[in-house]
Design a protein around this ligand. Structure first.
Ligand SMILES: C[S@@+](CC[C@H](N)C(=O)[O-])C[C@H]1O[C@@H](n2cnc3c(N)ncnc32)[C@H](O)[C@@H]1O
Length: 285
């Protein structure tokens, strides 16, 4: 693309009419609410897609991305990847992992002798699921019969593809305990020396897939002992949030747990859960 074409794409301004089409699409398909102020963010993120597709204007791009052809070509997925927020980190909101270690796991091993099943719903690039795997690997060393299974899903194919590779910038693991860094991360072979890859032991324990929480048919088949859906529902419109919370609860075994982000509260959406800690709920039954 020559200089004039690139400059013309970068100077595009998303109009309210097109923004409203995006808002409607995100709400109807993902349950995600884009407040009017997000027009600036949508404008800048979609300019990258104009550039990647070589389409010069927003009206043409949006027509294409939202069409059946755009869906088949994968452009609709690329647009979703751009418009969702993926911020995450290892051991994020660590007090919840403490609760998992100190309360949930002992309770599980005292009462059951089966496979511990956990779901990271809205897993982003995999840091949450890998944190779980590190905790479970450690727990296994002192509880020999313990075994587990992690499902991790996200609506964005871009982040799921990254999670499957398990490759991170070295800076992303600096906050981790040195023992964990040494045991579970290795410098990326044949690649950028500043990158690390999560060990195969952890990666092999996690089954990643692309799944939309607003579309029930894409939910995992299993029932879970624990579901983490953290910092994901905050982007949802209230009715969609209520629906998703209830669908998540239906996937939890009686006596199992739902974890949401520390700034989130979901007790108002269901009588089937009891709050145990801020943002930690136990399914009644
Ligand atoms: C901010 S990240 C949270 C990651 C992780 N759970 C954490 O707390 O660090 C939110 C994730 O939710 C995903 N997401 C948004 N809408 C979704 C939907 N309808 N179905 C599944 N995932 C969705 C986004 O793609 C994003 O990766």
């Amino acid at each position: 693309m020559d200089y004039t074409a690139t400059a013309s794409i970068y100077s595009q301004k998303l109009q309210e009419k097109e923004f409203k089409r995006i808002q409607e699409f995100m709400l109807k398909n993902l349950g995600v609410k884009l407040a009017p102020i997000k027009i600036v963010m949508v404008n800048s993120r979609l300019i990258k897609r104009l550039k990647a597709t070589g389409i010069y204007t927003f009206p043409e791009y949006i027509e294409y991305a939202l069409s059946a052809v755009g869906k088949r070509s994968g452009e609709q997925q690329c647009m979703i990847d751009e418009l969702t927020t993926h911020k995450t980190e290892f051991f994020r909101e660590n007090e919840q992992f403490d609760f998992l270690k100190e309360v949930v796991l002992p309770e599980f091993t005292n009462n059951r002798n089966s496979l511990f099943k956990i779901w990271s719903a809205g897993c982003s690039t995999g840091e949450e699921a890998l944190t779980m795997a590190m905790i479970f690997e450690n727990y296994k060393t002192t509880h020999l019969g313990f075994n587990y299974n992690i499902e991790a899903t996200d609506v964005s194919k871009g982040v799921v593809d990254k999670a499957v590779l398990g490759v991170y910038g070295g800076a992303n693991i600096l906050g981790l305990d040195e023992k964990l860094r040494k045991r579970y991360f290795e410098p990326l072979k044949n690649g950028n020396a500043s990158m690390v890859q999560a060990s195969k032991v952890l990666r092999d324990r996690i089954k990643y897939s692309v799944s939309n929480l607003a579309a029930h048919y894409t939910y995992p088949n299993s029932m879970f002992d624990v579901v983490f859906c953290r910092n994901t529902l905050i982007y949802f419109e209230d009715n969609a949030k209520r629906e998703v919370v209830n669908k998540l609860i239906n996937k939890i075994k009686p006596g199992g747990y739902l974890f949401v982000g520390l700034s989130e509260t979901v007790s108002q959406y269901s009588k089937d859960i009891k709050q145990m800690r801020p943002s930690v709920y136990k399914k009644i039954g």
